[in-house]
Design a protein around this ligand. Structure first.
Ligand code: ADP
Length: 161
């Protein structure tokens, strides 16, 4: 069975992430979308909230599971017995950063963990969690960026109803 992990902050999940999830779930038998508990970032949503949101957003994809982890991805992947990480690429700027992480993970895992990149679908190339948060904080329209129930939760965080 081919399994993969899609790690990320998902703060919040966007249609860009969901597009990568759908496509990775077609390629792999089992996909675990895992929320990274990153102590260095102050998130809008707690890890528990992000896990719940991802569960709801992916409930119709049977081979997708949602989880969370802290610490190094290679340790988490080893514990799960998974050898492939999925990452999404939007632009050259993503590439430089992602290539470095992928190569570091390959080295640290002694060749055990490979990274598979899925390039963004063009309609989502502009989308990032941070731009969604910025737009929402000014009460802008984020309906083309995230599912409706996620948009409500984001507006609630910013005190909009
Ligand atoms: P990170 O792990 O960088 O904190 P994110 O949760 O923002 O972050 O993103 C997780 C992964 O999804 C990253 O590989 C990122 O490049 C990718 N990603 C984010 N937005 C998109 C998008 N619109 N299209 C494709 N991939 C994306």
């Amino acid at each position: 069975m081919k399994a993969a992990i899609y790690p990320g902050s998902f703060d919040p999940v966007t249609y860009g992430h969901l597009d990568v999830i759908h496509r990775a779930a077609e390629i792999f038998d089992e996909l675990t979308v895992s929320v990274l508990n990153n102590q260095l970032k102050t998130p809008l949503f707690s890890v528990e909230e992000r896990v719940k949101i991802l569960e709801e957003a992916t409930k119709d994809i049977p081979n997708v599971k949602v989880d969370s982890f802290s610490g190094l991805l290679i340790d988490y992947a080893k514990k799960k017995g998974v050898h492939v990480a999925i990452r999404g690429l939007r632009a050259i700027t993503d590439f430089e950063y992602e290539l470095q992480i992928a190569q570091t993970n390959k080295l640290l895992s002694k060749g055990e963990l490979d990274t598979v990149f899925l390039t963004t679908s063009l309609e989502y190339a502009y989308l990032s969690s941070s731009s969604v948060k910025e737009i929402a904080s000014f009460h802008g329209d984020i309906s083309m960026c995230v599912p409706e129930f996620v948009a409500h939760l984001i507006y609630e965080k910013y005190g909009h109803r």
